[in-house]
Design a binder for this molecule. Sequence first.
Ligand SMILES: Nc1ncnc2c1ncn2[C@@H]1O[C@H](COP(=O)(O)OP(=O)(O)OP(=O)(O)O)[C@@H](O)[C@H]1O
Length: 274
Amino acid sequence: MSSCSGNCGSCSSKGSCSEEKEPILKSVKKAVLVLSGKGGVGKSTVAASLAVTLAKQGKKVGLLDVDFHGPSQPTLFNVSHLRMSGTADNKMVPLEVAGIKLVSIGLLLDNSDGAVIWRGPVKMGVIKQLLEEVEWGELDYLVLDFPPGTGDESLSACQLIDCPKCAVIVTTPQEVALADCRKCLDFCNQVEVPVAGIVENMSGFVCPDCGHRHELFSSGGGARLAAAAGVQLLAQLPLEPVFLQQCDAGNLVDGLADSRIISSEMERVASAVL
Ligand SMILES: Nc1ncnc2c1ncn2[C@@H]1O[C@H](COP(=O)(O)OP(=O)(O)OP(=O)(O)O)[C@@H](O)[C@H]1O
């Protein structure tokens, strides 16, 4: 049985194999995989905020929403009503939003409220198309927003992405989220993707009335997880209801600019993936 992974970029036979293919992502300098073990911890919000932060720094950025069952990126950028176009040679053209090239399954399906019911091999085929058949152009960073967990999408993308890559792992501070993120760290280890660090989201809430800080989801979890894994705790993002409202309204870009703490913490994340 062939042991070919299909990823010529990282293959030990590179340069001497007759089957060697052109790299899929030859015009991308680095892929940043935003992962989390648990759902709802803010992975899409962090992926979008990272892409916006890098673009503001003058980097060429693509954002690929690989969350087929719940694509959130079109909502965060208020483009759910738009659809991606195609070129004469059947390439897909990303939407340009906030200086980012955005691609999401939500920008391709006829009915954005319809359920996507695909088995693993279909998902792998679609991910391959989204990497290979999109006009990404030259990119400094391709940020990828994954569904929670370590399922088909994350594995397929890790196998297919043939440019340098790193992972940012998003958690909330409480034990149930940390337990799932430990699996995510193990996944990165197994698929040999270096972990740039951990982002602890929903890390405390400062009451706008009394100014008191409440640890709604416990505290210190991200730091413990990072220390145990020997990786950096890159950022602690507070739970900010105004930011949530802005994201819900499709205005993540202004929400990020308005929140001094979240934007400065995201700059730390951006420097860690450079
Ligand atoms: N720091 C924050 N402050 C306030 N609201 C936040 C923060 N981070 C995320 N949210 C909100 O929490 C909700 C879940 O966030 P998000 O969709 O990014 O999570 P996710 O981990 O990507 O979810 P899923 O598992 O469904 O993919 C959203 O309504 C988002 O606006």
